[in-house]
Design a protein around this ligand. Structure first.
Ligand code: FES
Length: 104
């Protein structure tokens, strides 16, 4: 599947991501500045925070309770479309997904 990030400087980066890879791993593999993934995807750091583009919110779904609590600890402002990207896993239904990296 393809995923596009809007970067902190406003440019976009699109990459091919294999099914089963989470969006934090995909961002790190693509050197996306601002997505860190300090805890390796174990839901304990909130450094993989991204905003989901509005037209994709229905497909990525809602955060689980623990992710929801962790989203209160993000460095950038939490918004209605905030997610921890390690909790979004690539599959064909997300082909074309658009994520926005929070500004520093
Ligand atoms: S990588 Fe730590 S919460 Fe997502």
């Amino acid at each position: 599947m393809k995923i596009t990030w809007t970067l902190q400087d406003g440019r976009t980066h699109t990459a091919e991501v294999a099914n089963g890879i989470n969006m934090m791993e995909a961002a790190v593999a693509n050197d996306i500045t601002g997505v860190v993934g300090e805890c390796g995807g174990s839901l304990s750091c909130a450094t993989c925070h991204v905003y989901v583009a509005d037209d994709w919110l229905g497909k990525t779904g809602e955060p689980e309770d623990f992710e929801d609590a962790m989203l209160d600890a993000t460095e950038a402002e939490r918004k209605d479309n905030s997610r921890l990207s390690c909790q979004i896993v690539a599959d064909d239904s997300l082909d074309g997904l658009h994520l926005i990296v929070p500004a520093p």
